[in-house]
Write a protein that binds this ligand. Structure first.
Ligand code: HEM
Length: 555
């Protein structure tokens, strides 16, 4: 045991030296140049810098500008875990120290907030500082910044992988691109999935997808216990079928109860989950994947390849079929296919960008939907009255499609979903790169600083919401009985992000989640076998496998 520890320490020292020698390479990676570019873009010329130990360092682009007449409190003065050379503050996540676990990072962030206060400094092994913000005023200032091209730090592992595959990717894609390139992709590729008209026309198809999901659950239910085991796998299929129907304009049949799922489809759901886990490990580990093809990098590349291959095959089949049937397609079918066709017909865009956008949109709608649905269900089933009130709002639609009016008038159902977003959003914090110097919680930060807005943790504070830890949908219902987001602190409940980089899938998902919840509550009396626990997989995710009891409702 002692030998093993000594060997581990020796190995760590060798790796540290290797990384130190490769400092050039560290600086060549995407993030630092991007931070410098952000600074140049905002014309910031502050060069009064200091390194992690407070020594002067003219190349340090993170250091704060002095504030006239006052003791300067810079980024390096922000409290946080002890920083050590080559590891920064990463040591707190090392299994060796057993203090925190990677799967509980959301709890780590809450703990750091308890220990150090409303602003906390984390330092990456490459010495990049990351500032965690918990204070409502700070969150509002950063997230409401009126930016033309809001900068969200890219996920470096995706950047490195996509840059290594120019045969497949012409750009980094909407999620990771920045500046004018991002704006071009965003404005051309997302207009149809955000169009209220297209989404309204899609509602009958989405009803059919949800109905098939209910039938699939019935078919997979244990006849004795009425329990559906591995519910999350079926929820993933639901997300996949719905987003494919939207993006490709054709039902894919992933929810058919009596056919065994093609192996590829279960592989696809697993690969999407792996993608998030690998992003987490690449972000929060020591970053050795930048220098060697570590397991993290190999797992990521395998998942990314698999997702690309499978969805790409679906798209190619669709393109082939479209060629053959376009001429005789009726108006309804053509309407359903408008997102797919709009994207394919875009001018001035590389076909690789069109294809990778469709792939990214489909991948974005699987795990996120399943997690959100499970969090909402867990909240709603914890309150017997909540299920009954949702039932009441949709009772008259038990034999018909639920259309836009019903969704608009579902005050209590929407309040339950909003409250679930407040308590457990699957994207629980938002990242940004500051575009101008800002003073946050008394520390002056330069443009170019990476900040993580810890919205979920702020939403759990009594100073922002009365009895903040309680599930209380009523807080989203006004005196006239209408659903409202016009309540104090609502600006920090941002499950789909804010501003120009807000999630383009938001409208679609909002429709999908209300519909699914309504259909599930109409069909079943739903209960969890065990209380739901959460894990950090880059997204906030339920700990799986999960079993849900679904008793048929009789009216
Ligand atoms: C429950 C489901 C979903 C949740 C909770 C969610 C949440 C988010 C969040 C928080 C962001 C970051 C926003 C920001 O930085 O301000 C985001 C970005 C994004 N989402 Fe979603 N999303 C979901 C589903 C979807 C779906 C179905 C699609 C595609 C149809 C999608 C496509 C995207 C894209 C492309 C971006 C990057 C936008 C940009 O940087 O301009 N998401 N999402």
């Amino acid at each position: 045991m002692v030998m093993a520890v000594i060997l581990l320490i020796a190995l760590a020292l060798v790796l540290c030296c290797y990384c130190a020698i490769n400092r050039q390479k560290i600086n060549a990676i995407y993030l630092k140049p991007l931070l410098k570019k952000t600074r140049q873009l905002t014309n910031n010329t502050a060069n009064d810098n200091a390194d992690v130990n407070g020594n002067a360092n003219a190349n340090d682009c993170y250091h704060a500008t002095p504030i006239q007449g006052r003791q300067r409190r810079t980024i390096w003065d922000i409290p946080g875990p002890q920083r050590i050379p080559f590891l920064g503050t990463k040591w707190i996540f090392l299994v060796f120290f057993r203090r925190y676990k990677m799967t509980k990072l959301h709890e780590v962030y809450a703990d750091l907030n308890r220990q150090y206060g409303d602003i906390v400094l984390e330092v990456m092994p490459s010495n990049v500082p990351i500032v965690h913000l918990y204070n409502r005023d700070d969150l509002e200032r950063v997230l409401k910044y009126p930016s033309k091209y809001p900068f969200r730090p890219p996920t470096e592992i995706i950047v490195m992988y996509r840059q290594s595959r120019p045969d497949r990717y012409a750009s980094l894609g909407i999620v990771n691109e920045q500046g004018p390139t991002w704006q071009k992709l965003r404005s051309s590729l997302t207009s149809s999935i955000t169009s209220p008209r297209i989404l309204q026309n899609f509602l009958p198809a989405l009803n059919a997808v949800c109905d098939d999901f209910i039938e699939l659950l019935r078919a997979r239910r244990d006849p004795q216990s009425q329990a559906v085991h591995n519910f999350e796998e079926l929820a993933n299929l639901m997300g996949l079928e719905a987003v494919c129907t939207l993006m490709l304009g054709r039902r894919m049949g992933f929810l058919a109860p009596n056919t065994k799922q093609p192996h590829k489809i279960s592989q696809l759901a697993a690969a999407v989950k792996q993608l998030f886990i690998s992003q987490r490990d690449s972000y929060y580990g020591l970053g050795l994947w930048k220098y060697f093809p570590t397991k993290t990098y190999r797992d990521f590349a395998r998942a990314e390849d698999l997702i690309y291959d499978i969805i790409s095959e679906i798209i190619d089949n669709e393109l082939e079929q479209h060629k053959n049937t376009a001429a005789c397609e009726d108006e309804d079918a053509a309407g359903l296919r408008s997102v797919f066709l709009n994207i394919l017909e875009l001018k001035d865009l590389d076909i690789r960008d069109k294809k990778s956008a469709i792939i990214d949109f489909i991948a974005a709608g699987i795990e996120t939907l399943a997690n959100t649905l499970l969090f909402v269900l867990s909240s709603v089933t914890s309150e017997p009255q909540a299920k009954l009130r949702i039932l009441d709002e949709f009772c008259e639609y038990r034999h018909t499609n639920i259309l836009q009016d019903a969704l608009t008038n579902a005050t209590y159902t929407k309040a339950c979903i909003q409250e679930s977003y407040r308590l457990r959003p699957t994207a629980f914090c938002l990242a940004r790169i500051l575009e101008e110097d800002m003073e946050l919680s008394g520390y002056s930060l330069n443009a170019g600083t990476v900040v993580l807005c810890q919205n979920m943790i702020a939403c759990h504070k009594d100073r922002n919401f009365h009895e903040a830890k309680q599930f209380s949908p009523e807080r989203w219902i006004d005196a006239s009985g209408n659903f409202t987001v016009n309540v104090d602190s609502a600006s920090i409940v941002v499950p789909f992000g804010v501003g120009r980089r807000t999630c383009p899938g938001k409208r679609f998902v909002e429709m999908e989640v209300v519909l699914l919840l309504a259909k599930l509550v109409l069909a079943f009396d739903v209960d969890f076998v065990e209380p739901l626990q959460t894990e950090f997989e880059f997204l906030l995710a339920p700990k799986t496998p999960l079993s849900l009891v679904l008793r048929d409702r009789t009216f």
